[in-house]
Design a protein around this ligand. Structure first.
Ligand code: SAM
Ligand code: DTB
Ligand code: SF4
Length: 346
């Protein structure tokens, strides 16, 4: 990939072929990192990392059977089912996240999909969080088109809904909803005019071809997701995937690098799994093009590095939090050519 200026950067591709992504996986590691880092610089300031904070607004008791998930009712993981939090309690957490330096606040619910009667309650949370000046994100399971419209009207900026794995591995992980259901929800989110946050999990026992298959499915969506969370499986006792062989850390970095190359304008999020990564591995991920993290000591139910550790990591690596985009300059990763996806002119 030649180093060209952002204005002459090649158009985004949606026609990636399996063999191309496999060929990237097979490159010598330093060459792959060089290519990914070059693409990263065409679109972003590599010293900036976007920081989002997560809050589980409705924990546990989920009817789905996702084999990795501590919140599925059917697995005995020690996560207790709780009711939907009050708007006041959510707002308090959002204020704390903002004070700690987060620019985006993501509210998660352990639902297969929200009930229509839940939507006004979540909409109230979104309105209040947005009024703090934070970007808003929610992950509530499958959405119908009217539900997506209602969340957009409440001020929701991003909706997180992951493909989770390659289509040909999905059936080994989840049986209670189809891959197509996920694609349908993503379509409803895009049609409502929200930005998509969509990625997956690696380290679930998938093959390299299946890691490439996940990235292929993401990069060949009708629009590249604005954020692409790459989660490394957090192995929780009681879930079927507890005890899965650990993924080689360099293979994880390769996955990040190929996400960066195949979705050049998207925020690639070094997502779940950071708590058990050392600083060196995280530094390699940033060098490979990751430019977003979850920030704050908890993900949804599992741990994340505490704020002090992340502040020390940023200082050690010379990284800084990405500023919020100006409201009028907000752009989709897929729309504006020659513009940084964080909203600044190139
Ligand atoms: N229930 C909603 C859904 O499934 O869309 C929203 C919350 S769900 C916990 C959001 C995402 O978290 C999942 O799609 C999965 O990618 C990720 N996740 C859940 N458990 C994880 C784990 N143990 N390790 C890594 N990622 C995990
Ligand atoms: C995503 O891709 N990862 C986040 C967020 N989107 C919602 C969730 C990670 C959850 C890890 C397990 C837990 O904390 O329960
Ligand atoms: Fe439920 Fe979401 Fe967990 Fe699947 S990932 S079990 S849908 S909370």
């Amino acid at each position: 990939m030649s180093a060209s200026s952002p204005l002459s950067a090649p158009a985004l591709r949606h026609d990636w072929q399996p063999a191309e992504l496999m060929a990237l996986f097979e490159l010598p590691f330093p060459e792959l990192l060089h290519r990914a880092a070059s693409v990263h610089r065409q679109h972003f300031d590599p010293a900036e990392v976007q920081v989002s904070t997560l809050l589980s607004v409705k924990t546990g008791g989920c009817p789905e059977d996702c084999a990795y998930c501590p919140q599925a009712q059917r697995y005995h993981t020690g996560v207790e089912a709780q009711k939907l939090m009050s708007t006041e309690a959510v707002l308090e957490k959002a204020k704390q996240a903002k004070a700690a330096g987060a620019s985006r606040f993501c509210m998660g619910a352990a639902w297969r999909s929200p009930k229509d009667r839940d939507i006004p309650k979540v909409a109230a949370m979104i309105r209040e969080v947005k009024a703090l000046g934070l970007e808003t994100c929610a992950t509530l399971g499958m959405l119908s088109a009217p539900q997506a419209d209602a969340l957009k009207s409440a001020g929701l900026d991003y909706y997180n809904h992951n493909l989770d794995s390659a289509p040909d591995f999905y059936g080994e992980i989840i049986h209670t909803r189809e891959y197509q259901d996920r694609l349908d929800t993503l379509e409803h989110v895009r049609d409502a005019g929200m930005k998509t946050c969509c990625g997956g999990i690696v380290g679930m026992g998938e093959s390299r071809a299946q890691r490439a298959g996940l990235l292929l499915a993401l990069a060949n969506l009708p629009a590249h997701p604005d954020s692409v969370p790459i989660n490394r499986l957090v192995q929780v006792p009681g879930t079927p995937l507890h005890g899965t062989a650990e993924l080689d850390p360099f293979e994880f970095v390769r996955t990040i690098a190929i996400a960066r190359i195949s979705m050049p304008r998207s925020m690639v999020r070094l997502s779940a799994g950071r708590e058990s990564m050392n600083d060196e591995l995280q530094a390699l991920c940033f060098a490979a093009g990751a430019n977003s993290i979850f920030y704050g000591e908890k993900l949804l139910t599992t741990g994340n590095p505490d704020v002090e550790r992340d502040q020390a990591l940023f200082a050690r690596l010379g990284l800084r939090p990405m500023p919020l985009p100006a409201p009028s300059a907000t752009v989709h990763a897929d729309i504006v050519e020659g513009t940084h996806a964080c909203g600044r002119a190139a």
